[in-house]
Design a protein around this ligand. Structure first.
Ligand code: HEM
Ligand SMILES: *[C@@H]1O[C@H](CO)[C@@H](O)[C@H](O)[C@H]1NC(C)=O
Length: 462
């Protein structure tokens, strides 16, 4: 489960974070006396801390995490304190608080991750950093995933989508999430290695699955894993041949400006695969579920896509075509809202922070609860209803954050939307699918996912 995986490793966090982050200089003497002044005046947010050390871990574990968060929110409002496995946290679920933590005062809230994530990802991955190293990496990633860069990928993404669907055709029963992961993995490799992707696909896939398996079963550090070794080999081959790709790896290797070591490059390649594959596969899985359950919505998506297919007369999709998919885009948005694949994220206060008269003490974890924001009727009336038409008007700032916001927001969001649109184009124009079994549960692996990965039957339309 998402929360168990995430929270189990919390006790080790302070140590790891001390080793990994150099604290900003804001903890100066004047800062501290200000801190002391604030502590006297301000009170902590409402909420209960539970038993010493254990805190409210049992309550959280014994119920659906959403029930825990939602009942807390009902009782205490949009900001409350709690304690999970020895970590004191403040959970926030108002757009204003999320904006403060992620955007306007993000320098006061540093990224902090469960140690388990660091084990698979490597300490140099972008997620864990702040400051100069983070912005250097982020510039490269943002540039690699701008519309201008990814529009060139459309034909290759389309051929990966068509191939995937063809493979699925022959099967009677599909695990949607499992199959979508293959698709989103291949697109992630395309964005990193360009057309060379196909050369490395099988090797990288095998190693990535091993890395995941090891990470789920054994709490050991895996420096120099097989995957990192393959990456180092690819990097040195490129150096030897002088090949300068227009892909992400090429940009990361443009070392005159960027100055990254091979280890840093490898950690970030693995990081991008990790950030890109399961999130996007989970979004696609939820979309298949919601479309199967809402036939009127499916009908309008189909009509939109068939219209585009007719205008193409068999030619390949272009970037411009993907801009004509307004209805399908709203389905993606509404899916990301209802499913809230990343239920929340983590930060840690680097100094005492005042918010709406409350004190968020230095060292406490701060969790913006995206799912609660997305499911609050103040932000989205009748929030449990799947209704893409609500996105005909733009949501208010910081009420819809499937990709986060601020300095760590998702640099891959345009690519994610593009690959979803391209797959849905071929899926809805050529195939039908139906859900097998009853499927109302959610599992967290670690991202929110329909129970059992959504088994479906897929058939060609006659
Ligand atoms: C539907 C699919 C996706 C969702 C819902 C999603 C969501 C998110 C969110 C919420 C964050 C911010 C986390 C935080 O602030 O703590 C994030 C960060 C990130 N995402 Fe995505 N993402 C998706 C797809 C992708 C793809 C396709 C890529 C790469 C091609 C990607 C790469 C990243 C990276 C590298 C970061 C870290 C950025 C940083 O720390 O500066 N994501 N994603
Ligand atoms: C992110 O925050 C800024 C500043 O508050 C806001 O203008 C923008 O709309 C926010 N983005 C989202 C996706 O809510």
């Amino acid at each position: 489960m998402e929360l168990i995986g995430v929270l189990c490793s919390l006790p080790f966090l302070p140590l790891i974070i001390f080793l990994l982050f150099s604290f900003p200089l804001s903890l100066s003497f004047s800062g501290k006396s200000y801190e002391k002044r604030m502590k006297k005046k301000l009170s902590l947010p409402p909420g209960t801390m539970g038993w010493p050390y254990v805190g409210e871990t049992f309550q959280l574990y014994s119920q659906d995490p959403n029930v825990f968060f939602t009942s807390k929110q009902k009782r205490y409002g949009s900001i409350f304190k709690t304690q999970i496995l020895g970590c004191r946290c403040v959970m926030v679920s108002s757009p204003e608080a999320a904006k403060l933590v992620l955007v306007t005062r993000s320098h006061l809230f540093k990224p902090t991750f469960p140690a388990s994530k660091e084990r698979i990802l490597g300490k140099d991955a972008i997620f864990f950093h702040q400051g100069e190293y983070h912005s250097r990496l982020r510039r490269v990633l943002l540039r690699a995933f701008t519309p201008l860069s990814i529009r060139e990928m459309v034909p290759c993404v389309e051929s990966i989508a068509v191939d995937s669907l063809r493979v699925w055709e022959g099967r009677t029963l599909l695990n949607t999430f499992h199959e979508m992961k293959t698709y989103t993995f291949n697109v992630a490799l395309l964005s990193i290695f360009g057309k060379d992707e196909i050369l490395y696909r099988e090797d990288l896939k095998r190693c990535y699955y091993n890395l995941e398996k090891g990470y789920n079963s054994m709490p050991i550090n895996l420096p120099g894993t097989l995957l990192a070794r393959i990456l180092t080999r690819i990097i040195s081959t490129r150096r030897l041949t002088g090949f300068r790709g227009h892909d992400l790896l090429g940009s990361l290797m443009a070392d005159d400006q960027i100055g990254l070591t091979d280890d840093q490059i490898a950690d970030n390649v693995i990081g991008v695969i990790f950030a890109a594959r399961d999130t996007t596969a989970s979004a696609l899985t939820w979309i298949l579920k919601y479309l199967a359950e809402n036939s009127a919505v499916l009908q309008s998506v189909m009509e939109e896509q068939e219209e585009i297919a007719r205008s193409k007369e068999g030619k390949l999709l272009s970037w411009e075509d993907t801009k004509k998919m307004a209805m399908t885009c709203r389905v993606i948005q509404e899916t990301l809202r209802v499913a809230s694949i990343l239920s929340f994220t983590f930060r840690e206060a680097v100094e005492d922070v005042e918010f709406e008269g409350y004190l968020i003490p230095k060292g406490w974890k701060v969790l913006p609860l995206f799912r609660n924001i997305h499911h609050n009727s103040k932000n989205f009336p009748d929030p449990e209803k799947f209704d893409p038409s609500r996105f005909e008007t733009t949501p208010r700032a910081n009420t819809f954050m499937p990709f986060g916001n601020g300095s760590h927001s998702c640099p891959g969001n345009e690519l994610a939307k593009l690959e979803i649109l391209v797959l849905l184009h071929h899926l809805t124009t050529k195939y039908r699918w139906s859900i097998v079994g009853d499927n109302d549960g959610i599992q967290y692996g670690p991202f929110a996912l329909p129970q059992n990965g959504l088994p479906v039957r897929l058939t060609l339309k006659s």
